[in-house]
Design a protein around this ligand. Structure first.
Ligand SMILES: NC(=O)c1ccc[n+]([C@@H]2O[C@H](COP(=O)([O-])OP(=O)(O)OC[C@H]3O[C@@H](n4cnc5c(N)ncnc54)[C@H](OP(=O)(O)O)[C@@H]3O)[C@@H](O)[C@H]2O)c1
Length: 231
């Protein structure tokens, strides 16, 4: 049987890149998505061009995302798993006392919510054919109240989306896993020096755990916090 194929969004660094490395080590061929291929080149060089396909794609753009899925299938001859992981965070306040200018909120909402939805919509027909696996990156911020935090609200949307996708796909053989990380050491959290953090590889471990289960086992949610994180 040919090596399985996984498409990973947000693969140029952080959790996505760590997962790509573990997936290739586990025998996957990977399609790597970020907004430019330049940022993917070092990872593709490490993983080897036989195992890794770089794809420039804005996950908030339907033509980009559907094209990335199509190119993955054409290049590798199939699609077995998709990791909808691309995300952005900007600080916000609804009272207006702190945070980024509202003009900067749009990209975060489009990437985190519409991007995950379009990735699912583009990939699920293929995953239904392969009886494949969709993994989404939510957050513990999508389980708890974070005062003034629109990023948290985007991740609440991903929490609901994962459940709605699973409900629609229940009889297709597609498995759906929502991974909800606590604080992870990546570019996104570089400004947080005060908090305990996981390594990106800790979340990659969780993704690979879900993918390794037998076809009859659908791991729906995995919450991983660094020891010492409260909520
Ligand atoms: N770090 C944490 O503490 C933490 C905790 C919980 C959940 N998460 C979630 O984990 C996921 C990965 O985050 P990370 O911490 O690994 O962050 P990161 O290191 O900043 O990586 C973010 C990735 O998303 C890509 N990306 C951003 N916008 C995109 C778009 N519109 N289209 C395609 N790719 C896009 C970036 O690629 P380019 O910039 O090269 O396009 C990059 O590869 C996100 O969904 C994040 O919300 C992170």
């Amino acid at each position: 049987m040919a090596d399985p194929v996984m498409l990973i969004t947000g693969a140029s660094r952080g959790i996505g890149a760590a997962t790509a490395r573990q997936a290739v080590a586990a025998g996957y061929r990977v399609a790597l998505v970020a907004r430019s291929t330049d940022k993917l080149t070092p990872l593709v060089d490490d993983l080897g061009s036989a195992s890794a396909l770089p794809l420039a794609c804005d996950v908030a753009d339907w033509d980009d995302v559907s094209g990335a899925v199509r190119r993955t299938e054409e290049h590798f001859g199939g699609l077995d798993a998709v990791f909808a992981n691309a995300g952005l965070s900007v600080p916000t306040s609804f009272l207006g006392t702190d945070g980024a200018d509202p003009a900067q909120w749009r990209d975060m909402v489009l990437t985190n919510v519409l991007g995950a939805a379009l990735t699912a919509r583009a990939a699920l027909p293929s995953l239904a054919r392969s009886r494949g696996h969709l993994v989404l990156t939510g957050s513990v911020a999508g389980r708890h109240v974070r005062p003034g935090n629109l990023y948290s609200a985007t991740k609440w949307a991903v929490t609901g989306m994962a459940q709605n996708i699973r409900a629609e796909c229940a009889e297709t053989g597609v498995r759906v896993t929502l991974v909800q990380p606590g604080m992870v050491e990546t570019d996104m959290t570089a400004h947080r020096q005060d908090a305990p953090k996981l390594a990106a590889t800790d979340i990659a471990n969780a993704v690979m755990y879900a993918l390794r289960q037998p076809q009859g086992v659908d791991v729906n949610e995995i919450v991983v916090r660094p020891t010492g994180q409260h909520l």
